[in-house]
Design a protein. Structure first.
Length: 134
């Protein structure tokens, strides 16, 4: 039910991401842009996402279509950028998505500004984009 509150914004996000892939020439730039956009979305909607995450039973959040879409598109971009492949890319996608959890972001926002939280996430994403598969 809580995810339904984000349906329109989710569609816009997915359209923006699809468009951004067409505009990026570098796979690393596309990966960074994707992670940055997904984090900005999570930051903007942290309270609704946190409530949805808190109400999810066990692993249900991983079965939600928005999570599955994010996971798939991150795995694809990690492979395109040569950062990770296969099971490594799937696990890294989960790690990256955990940093975009509404609960994690709300915790950070309790002591830091939105700009600071996003700046720190961007630094983490830049480091990930510099990794090489292997």
């Amino acid at each position: 039910l809580l995810h339904a509150l984000l349906d329109d914004d989710e569609r816009v996000l997915q359209d923006d991401v699809a468009r951004a892939f067409k505009e990026r020439t570098s796979a690393h730039d596309a990966l960074f842009s994707l992670l940055d956009r997904l984090h900005a979305f999570a930051l903007e909607h942290a309270s609704v996402l946190a409530a949805a995450e808190a109400s999810a039973r066990r692993h249900a959040r991983f079965d939600a279509p928005p999570y599955q879409w994010r996971h798939a598109v991150i795995v694809e971009q990690l492979a395109r950028a040569g950062v990770a492949e296969g099971c490594g890319a799937k696990h890294l996608a989960d790690v990256l998505l955990s940093s975009m959890s509404g609960e994690v972001i709300e915790r950070a926002l309790s002591t830091e500004s939105s700009d600071d939280v996003h700046t720190q996430a961007r630094a983490f994403f830049r480091a990930v984009c510099r990794m090489n598969a292997g």
